[in-house]
Design a protein around this ligand. Sequence first.
Ligand code: S3P
Length: 189
Amino acid sequence: MTLGPASRHPRLRQRTIALVGLMGVGKSSVGRRLAATLDLPFRDADTEVEVAAGRTIPEIFEAFGEPAFRDGERRVIARLLDEGPMVLATGGGAFMNDETRALIAERAVSVWLKADLEILARRVARKDSRPLVRGKDQLTVLGDLAKVRYPVYAEADVTVELGETPHQESVQAVLAALEAHLGRESPNT
Ligand code: S3P
């Protein structure tokens, strides 16, 4: 009998796994599959903000501005971190907030999903749901965001480089990195 990751590494299921990284990297698509593999609930902070506000993210930006969105995002993530363990996909800017980052450090294990900016730009171009790139050159925006955000994303507990691989392979890469991280934290488990 082969044991699945849920039974192979029960410690992976004891703390929320917070996925961080730039838009388009697959925080939601990989996160959903990771949650299914570990038999944990999956929550998407962007979706939760939209539900709480009763509006889409572009509508929130349009009606109230980015600072109001950031405030909602901070509150929603604090609530979700209270509800864990779960796999939590954060929005690309969430980890930049000092309070959110401190809460994630306290209550979750954080994983920075990283991929080439060209790959992200191609994915982001397919959707019109992200106000920061609307009507702009995706690669330029992502490059500017990367300069500011990468040093902060690098504070995540684990970094996983993803290519244009199938989601299930990305899930395996995340699991391997998390297992290695937990092994380093406490070599006897
Ligand atoms: C943002 C990323 C988006 C969403 C919002 C702002 C950002 O989430 O929160 O449009 O600042 O990078 P995804 O990373 O899930 O696309």
